[in-house]
Design a binder for this molecule. Structure first.
Ligand SMILES: *Cc1c(COP(=O)(O)O)cnc(C)c1O
Length: 400
């Protein structure tokens, strides 16, 4: 199914001529998707355990989101933030009644983090500007966000970086305490590190950060770009750990695969993002807002938070059993629909080998096979994909 008249090869030729080659891409053009399944231009089918790099939280082309976009596009495509539109108010309501505070909308994760960093500096007294972030974190590619991203590989050739960022080892409260001084304004952390390899902190660590922020008058900012919208089994990652931030940033799956980012902050912080100091032309546009509302409705009406819990345990059972069998699996880390399988060897070859067998997965941080399955992944999908991945890892173990 899903043949188009243009082959993958022809599309690749267009890219070679006209698209800046800043991405390493697989030599495949995708043309159509449904649920956790996607097809390429040649009609090959793939089961996708990493749909849309975590953005397609409801899988490909979820019905309610498609319908909401179609209806919205036929009525109003764009309205700037000099007017009110109901959809922005409704989506803000949907997010904030499931979390806290008030929302600001933008278009991406990096943009949400940029805004949160500005907000933190504007809200705290003059002279406080330092922000503590964590080793192996990831916050995006714009200048403040990439500076907040501690990994040196993302800083090559672009200095000077933005002043005022300090990096602490993950899950090490004592190290964080040593970095705090009178110029510190905030601590920024992912509730679960995604790109850094699905690193799950202890509740005590996150609670320790909360207490430290309260004692020293700092803002606690959670980058929930990857952990939002049910990814961890609760609406937001902070709820999985029971530690509430002052500010959180959302993107990736927040509007079911449509470009959208957001900042949520406590009511008392909101006035610091005052008129004239921050804006985003496309932020909160009708299409993204309609898609976001439909995403919330789908998660709720289809009981997807429960599905995440069930499928999460199913993934865990598959990989724990495999770990007992294969010494090349060092650790299995699962938090809702975030799965990291840490290998004792390079995980990059796993991606290509799985793709040949019709399964799409990601490898990150050199040795981690990472899955960000859709929240509506089925038991059949989980079993089929784990079967393929197990076969690939068994073969690699045999060859090692
Ligand atoms: C993907 C990601 C970002 C960056 O989001 P963009 O939309 O690519 O700017 C920031 N933080 C986290 C935790 C992410 O996973």
């Amino acid at each position: 199914m899903a043949h188009t008249d243009t082959s993958s090869e022809e599309t690749i030729a267009l890219f070679q001529k006209y698209v800046i080659p800043n991405y390493r891409r697989y030599p495949i053009a995708l043309v159509k998707g449904e649920g956790s399944t996607v097809w390429d231009a040649e009609g090959n089918r793939y089961l996708d355990f990493f749909p849309g790099w975590g953005c397609n939280i409801l899988g490909y082309s979820p019905e309610r989101v498609v319908r909401a976009i179609q209806e919205q596009a036929a009525t109003l495509i764009h309205v700037p933030n000099t007017w009110y539109i109901e959809a922005q108010g409704r989506f803000a309501e949907a997010l904030c009644t499931r979390s806290f505070g008030k929302a600001f909308f933008c278009n991406s994760g990096a943009e949400a983090n940029e805004g949160a960093i500005k907000l933190a500096r504007m809200h705290t007294p003059a002279g406080k500007y330092k922000i503590i972030t964590f080793e192996n974190g990831f916050h995006g590619r714009t200048f403040a966000a990439v500076t907040a991203t501690a990994q040196p590989k993302y800083h090559e050739g672009i200095s000077p970086l933005l002043p005022g960022f300090l990096y602490a080892p993950h899950n090490d409260l004592k190290a964080v305490k040593e970095l705090v001084d009178d110029e510190t304004c905030a601590i920024l952390i992912e509730p679960v590190q995604g790109e850094g390899g699905v690193n799950i902190p202890s509740v005590e660590f996150l609670q320790g950060l909360r207490d430290l922020c309260d004692e020293r008058g700092l803002l606690l900012i959670f980058d929930e770009v990857q952990t939002c919208m049910g990814r961890t089994g609760n609406w937001f990652g902070y709820q999985t750990f029971g530690v509430q931030p002052d500010i959180m940033t959302l993107a990736k799956g927040v509007a079911g695969g449509v470009a959208c980012g957001a900042i949520i902050c406590k009511d008392e912080i909101a006035p610091s993002l005052r008129p004239g100091m921050h804006a985003s032309t496309f932020g909160g546009n009708p299409i993204a807002m309609a898609a976001g509302i439909a995403t919330v409705e789908t998660i709720e009406e289809d009981g997807l938070l429960d599905n995440v819990q069930v499928m999460s345990e199913r993934f865990r059972a598959h990989f724990e059993a495999l770990k007992a069998e294969l010494p090349i699996i060092d650790e299995v880390r699962v938090c809702g629909m975030m799965v990291g399988v840490e290998l004792t060897t390079n995980a990059m070859p796993v991606v290509g080998k799985c793709m040949e067998k019709g399964l799409l997965v990601n490898a990150t941080h050199d040795t981690v096979v990472r899955l960000l399955p859709a929240l509506n992944v089925t038991a059949e999908d989980v079993d089929e994909g784990c079967e393929i991945l197990s076969g690939v890892l068994r073969q690699m173990a045999a060859e090692a």
